[in-house]
Design a protein around this ligand. Structure first.
Ligand code: ADP
Ligand code: C5P
Length: 244
């Protein structure tokens, strides 16, 4: 499924378009549940629109020297591991139509790159993905749509072992140790309880093509309404009155 830009046909004689706010989608789920994969599949289907992906991981606090010396003691799955105020500031700017510089996080040395940033431009849709994006109410309040990616824990652990050993410079034993000590307890304490805030739950993540098609269709419909209402508020009010 793909969609076209519904804002193209402008009724003649109307005032110039009002600036529109981007449509914000939150994508939450446990580690290696397929959040990024689902986001990429949604983005592919929304290719007629400007879509940006913001990862909560980018807002991990860098470790201090002391914390780095005992990295195995550090809980990367606790909400305090993220700089949520900075995330809110960046999302607020993006929502109000300003481009932002987002930090780049290095999972191998647990630090932010000090010299480089990722510039994120103004867009029609912002997708914010991460393990704890539904935890803080201020972050949830930014979202127009909330999706939870629900994948079995054994599958997630298997993927995590493969990914962390291949891409994040870890060994199998340290992944298992971290999983039992921090990742699983934090999933039970913070991530699973936040599932109740989801509008849509996707079982099996990126394998669930039907769910992703339905979500993409819904976003297209919302973008159509969004575009028309933002561009021509009076027209939308008149239409709504007729419908009632
Ligand atoms: P998350 O963003 O939730 O951590 P990712 O989408 O990055 O999850 O996926 C984690 C790992 O699992 C990646 O290596 C990815 O290639 C793999 N993966 C994701 N979805 C699937 C799938 N449906 N089948 C097989 N491997 C998958
Ligand atoms: O991509 P994913 O959602 O799995 O990323 C979140 C995970 O990254 C967390 O479960 C956390 O344990 C892990 N992480 C890590 N090392 C870091 C930062 C995060 O293992 N330096």
């Amino acid at each position: 499924a793909t969609c076209n830009d519904a804002s193209a046909a402008a009724p003649s004689g109307l005032a110039s378009p009002a600036p529109r706010q981007p449509f914000v989608i939150g994508v939450c789920g446990g580690t290696a549940s397929g959040k990024t994969t689902v986001c990429d599949m949604i983005i592919q289907q929304l290719h007629d629109h400007r879509v940006v992906l913001v990862n909560q991981d980018s807002f991990y606090r860098g470790l201090t020297e002391e914390e780095s010396e005992h990295v195995e003691e550090y809980n990367f799955d606790h909400p305090d591991a993220f700089d949520t105020d900075q995330l809110l500031e960046c999302m607020g700017k993006l929502k109000s139509g300003q481009s932002v510089n987002i930090p780049i996080y290095d999972f191998k040395n647990h630090r932010r790159c000090s010299e480089s940033f990722r510039k994120v431009n103004v867009s029609d849709v912002i997708i914010l993905e991460g393990i704890l994006v539904f935890h803080d109410q201020r972050v949830r309040d930014l979202m127009d749509m909330k999706i939870f990616v629900d994948t079995d824990a054994d599958i997630r652990l298997a993927r995590r072992i493969r990914r962390d050993t291949v891409e994040r410079g870890r060994d199998v034993l340290s992944v298992l140790e971290q999983y039992g000590r921090f990742v699983k307890p934090a999933f039970d304490d913070f991530i699973l309880p936040s599932k109740k805030y989801a509008d849509v739950i996707i079982p099996r993540g990126g394998d669930n093509h039907v769910a992703i098609d339905l979500i993409a269709q819904h976003i297209c419909t919302k973008l159509g309404q969004h575009d028309l209402c933002k561009l021509y508020p009076n027209v939308c009010v008149v239409q709504t009155t007729f419908q009632i």
